[in-house]
Design a protein around this ligand. Sequence first.
Ligand code: SF4
Length: 457
Amino acid sequence: MKDTAPTLSSVKPAGRKFTGTDRRAPLRGGLQGCGEYGAGQTAGRFYPIACVALEVTQRCNLDCTLCYLSDRAEMTYDPPLSVLFARLATIHSHYGPGVSVQLTGGDPTLRKVEDLEALCREIRRLGMRSCLMTNGIRASRAFLTRLAAAGLDDVAFHVDMTQERKGFNSETELNVVRRAYIRHTRGLGLRVLFNTTVFGGNIAELSALARFMRDRPEVAFVSFQMQADTGRGVLRGRPDAITQDSVMRAVEVGYETPLHFDTAAVGHAKCNRYASVVTAGGRAVSVLSAKRLTQKVIAALSRADQSTDGHIDTRDSVRRMARRNPFLALQAGLHLLKCVLRLGRGLLRGPVRRQSVFIHNFMAADALEDDRCASCVFMVATANGPLSMCVHNAQRDMHLVAPDRVDGPSGPSWWNAAVPHLSAGPDLPDLSDPGLAPLKRLKGQMRATRRNQKDVS
Ligand code: SF4
């Protein structure tokens, strides 16, 4: 069956649906269950999930040494738009409007730009945020201009030495690439994020890289992701030198200031560490330095929240909180003003910007911790509904062959990653069928064969 461009009215969500009243309750329960719902916790209190990945292709134009994809990834077909629309509808039914949807892969820019435009429009229509997660190679200015016009909110560039880009021998040399990518986004109204995998090959350069990020007022969000033994990448276990503490300290050296990673929490502390700074002209000041004040503000905001379904209108909550707690609002305002004034000479050299710094600690595929999986804030959309990214990474092949159901005007159709188009029945082939590997998917075949040989020996 040939796939045609779907509209939401012709596509119904498959998988689990949210049936409760407060969409934050499941995450809050998970965090409470493992003692992580303290005074600084924002997840489950202000939002039902941090983000959901929508994998629009398993293909990639790089082959990172710490890639989380499966060896069989390059043997698969891209999901038709109707499947992706159905997964978007499922994300929306679970988490409601406001959730950040990461258009990811593989590298999503290998899809036709028209497909990505359609997805951005649909995400905007559903009231969710879209983020393009890309290595940037194909994300030219013209490409990003089209997506911005279609409603793309954020672009996250992944650039680091695990990608083995030709001609670059260090993270410092890769700053040329990072600068060029920032230029591509100028004036498009996109929020710019950067992702870096922290591994044995760049831990010594982490402080210098953090300083580079601090000095880029265009960058709103900086994420450092610690090496994890999962997926097809050739590097495996994490070196002892890479711990949450060592990464936090190296980043603080780069920002030349303490970052107070223990003040506010985004999910489980073993998964995520979060800091927030104001920057200007090559200086940074942490805005989370006042722990008691921050936690009082979190509590007051929580009391001021009147949403019943987990979709918080932040501005509305802040206004209501300020009306109910004028003294606390004044204290918070003065604290922010002090942070800005502490930027000192930096104020003369550049604009004041806020930047978030995030350290993400994915788990190894064979060492998943139940409490972290149960309180995960980073989900992937699968055929059976959202799933923790760590769990998904550990079971990728199983999810690639799970059939997606798409309900259209002429009844249900089915798809899995082993077939190019929707089928009439759910009995789809799986990826181990040798007849399913045309030449263009030879790369995946060879990888899978190599992996099988390794597993046998
Ligand atoms: S993806 Fe893994 S490391 Fe990240 S929040 Fe979820 S369980 Fe934690």
